[in-house]
Design a protein. Sequence first.
Length: 424
Amino acid sequence: MNSAISLVQQNIIIGGLLAAAVLMLFLRSWRPTLVVSLAIPVSVIGSFVAMAALGRSLNVISLAGIAFAVGMVVDAAIVVLENIYRLRQEGQSRADAAYNGASQVWPAVLVSSLTTVMVFIPILIMELEAGQLFRDIAVAISVSVMLSLLVSVTVIPALANRLLVHNAADSSKMKRLPIVDDFARGFINFWQSYTRLVVRSKLGAVAIVAAITVVAGLFTAIFAPKLDYLPTGNRNFVFGIVNLPPGYNLDTVNEITERIAERTRPLWASETGPESALGEPPKFERFMRVPFAGRAFIGGTSVDPSRAAELGPVIEEAASHEPGTRAFARQPSLFGRSLGSGRTIDVDIRGADLNPIYDTAQQVFFRLMGTLPFSQGHRTRPIPSLTLSAPEVRLTPDRIRLADNGLSARSWGSRLTRSTTDCA
């Protein structure tokens, strides 16, 4: 975690220096470059304070959002400074140019900042995994952009009033860069010619827009990412759910998990050493089991973090020796919960009668096992398990009677759970 945070901090610093270098390359003057560059640390440090006020913590995700925003926070500052610089060239005093320059463009800068922030509103209110994952990024970027708007209409005019002491830039004294200036001149001439071509006739404008749309659509269809483009990650952890026959109490489940652990003991680094033989799976650095009434969790970490996924079949094989027991173990994804990942496909079967649902679910389960076999790394897990010996009982509390007896719905549910566990 510390190394990841240090890497993001380093990216923020390098990104700020590169942004300042680009400004210096185009402005060719240290005074306006300094004015715009100061907007970066002011906005970033202000983002830390604003996020703390909003109750958001600084983590790898939020710091990554601030790193993304480093190049965005200078946009408004450049617009305001360019207008101030133009008014100075027209002969206005430093104070008048700073005030009028910011006053003239602040509505456009406000609209530009708001459009950037509005994009992240759906992410801020999304309750799915994607929303929870990218919420810190959305908050960090939104706060940074809004603070950059405030900086551009307050700090930038004040600095311009102090640092832009000359009335106008003397372009003849600017040092010429042969390759950069030639490219810039050709770039400007190309787009000026393109603009004249577009506005010359309506038919030509429609044809150009249609051509751009078709080309963009083709590129999107060719280079669009796959549905499962998100990586599963490299977390050094394997987590497994052990489905047991219904009716087993806690003591029986504990005995089963003990036997499963004994079968994996030869791969425990604490028992047989950290080195594994050629062709064998890696050793368990840590092993854990959590028995419950009717099911259990089993997992562990690998001595070799790059081979942690190979421990999943080891846990499944150890559990398969128990009658009626099946384990589903894999390396958890960075972008999912529990055994979920970017490659998860959910098949929901619903109906009014339990027996037809059970028959259909069995057929679907075995067909999926044939289509997506375990030997190829696929995992098919029924939720809940395919059994009718433990039917679901749905209880709806009467809140008025619970209140009369001094109980809440949560306390009633806790007592009911304890009673059910004791009976099992």
